[in-house]
Design a binder for this molecule. Structure first.
Ligand code: LRH
Ligand code: MN
Length: 423
């Protein structure tokens, strides 16, 4: 039986229970008429570098059956998308996943209903035979030849993205310093902007450049694009195609990310997201696994801010996951992340915005919290499942993934010891 048949046979078994839960929900709350369609349109890109087991400097414990090449990575994302009908794009990292034949790769992805989201450059590692090292940075580097090399790499990544039908480049720079005195902050900033201007000039007219900020790691004293303010000031200097990318794990403890999102959106400088979760640093854990309320509050600002600007929720921002799986099956981890993101979006769509604005204008602080938490505390999983069902996905992707022993089958085909490229 092929996967499509297995999905419909599971749905047949679960349909009655699902319809009972959906009917109960609809008897309890008013579900906006467009909500299911908005969930169906909302596709989240899967990172090509997160289909294998991640690790830390202390160790890496492979789970087996990992994709051995880009073709198998596309198959794995295709499987996720078949199950949840919400993972309709893949985001490649170059050179970890250089397509040997872009045309063939593009066709293979299309067969799985997948598009190519942002392509990611990499000037945080030295490649074999590389002339100039990025040990002390790339676009900020004091040596002009090193900067030139990094600029050229980004321009090559844009070329590869064009062949795949991608429309955006994500630039994350590990550039910074590890000790006081090591770096002239002003010169590093100016060299980075000048380098980015050369990359920006190579962008096709319908492309975007996402500049991703990060507080620390691998540099532990300063990071040249270290927070939203530094990224925002740079993308403003670059031009309208340059936008800031928010990776949820890239903030200092207790940062108010939903406020950052609201302001970047208001300024028209929010480009997209790398969804994940964290308790301490850039832990790259499953989205919604540690701070699901924060994820909801971020989507609450997104829905309000995008509607205020008349933006298309599904198309006008980059929705991407960026995670690393140290102890979970990568595909199960990604299924959980997509579910958590869809749920946070559904909760944000359920917020009674009129009542909330009235309560805010009246400074009725208690009512404001009651209105928000009414949406957060309502179990909206039947709505997310209904969206999947209407698109031909599984009512319960995780139980089907397990009941079909997908990982076991992948290990039979690919072996125990295969290691995917990436983090
Ligand atoms: C840096 C980062 C960036 C990627 C890398 C894989 O921490 O979030 O987005 O290039 O992870
Ligand atoms: Mn990231």
């Amino acid at each position: 039986m092929n996967l499509k048949d297995k999905i419909s046979s599971q749905n047949t078994q679960l349909l009655q229970g699902h319809e009972r839960k959906l009917a109960f929900l609809k008897s309890e709350v008013d579900v906006p008429k467009d909500l299911i369609q908005q969930l169906k349109d909302f596709q989240i890109a899967i990172p090509s570098w997160a289909l294998g087991t991640g690790g830390t400097r202390f160790g890496r414990f492979s789970g087996g059956g990992e994709p051995r090449n880009l073709e198998e990575k596309i198959e794995d994302v295709g499987l996720l998308h078949a199950l949840n009908q919400s993972s309709g794009a893949i985001s490649l990292h170059i050179p970890w996943d250089i397509p040997k034949d872009a045309h063939q790769i593009r066709n293979l992805a299309a067969q799985h209903g997948l598009a190519f989201d942002a392509v990611n450059s990499n000037t945080f590692q030295d490649q074999p035979g590389q002339t100039h090292s990025y040990k002390f940075g790339s676009l900020q580097h004091s040596n002009q030849a090193t900067r030139k090399q990094a600029i050229q790499h980004n321009i090559e990544v844009i070329q590869q993205g064009i062949e795949l039908g991608s429309k955006s480049l994500t630039v994350w720079l590990s550039d910074g310093s590890c000790f006081p005195g090591q770096l002239n902050f002003r010169k590093a900033y100016q060299r980075t902007v000048e380098s980015l201007q050369e990359i920006y000039a190579a962008l096709p007219s319908d492309w975007k450049l996402f500049l991703e900020y990060k507080a620390y790691e691998p540099n532990f004293y300063s990071t040249t694009v270290g927070d939203w303010g530094q990224s925002y000031s740079m993308v403003n200097k670059l031009g309208e195609k340059a936008l800031t990318l928010v990776d949820l794990g890239h903030h200092l403890p207790n940062a108010n990310i939903e406020q950052i999102v609201a302001l970047l959106l208001m300024e028209g400088k929010l480009g997209g997201f790398h969804f994940n979760d964290s308790k301490y640093g850039d832990d790259d854990l499953t989205a919604g696994s540690i701070k699901p309320y924060q994820l909801f509050l971020i989507f609450n600002e997104l829905v309000e801010g995008m509607d205020a600007r008349g933006m298309n929720h599904a198309k006008d921002l980059g929705w991407m996951i960026d995670a690393s799986h140290n102890v979970k099956d990568p595909l199960e981890d990604l299924l959980q992340s997509v579910e958590a993101i869809q749920l946070a979006y559904a909760q944000a769509l359920m917020v009674d915005r009129k009542a909330l604005e009235l309560a805010r204008d009246a400074n009725d602080v208690v009512a404001c919290q009651e209105i928000l938490q009414a949406a957060f505390r309502t179990d909206l999983r039947p709505l997310v499942a209904q969206a999947r069902l209407e698109l031909g996905g599984a009512l319960n992707p995780m139980t089907l993934y397990r009941s079909e022993n997908v990982r076991g089958e992948l290990i039979k085909i690919r072996g125990e010891k295969t290691q995917a490229t990436g983090l």
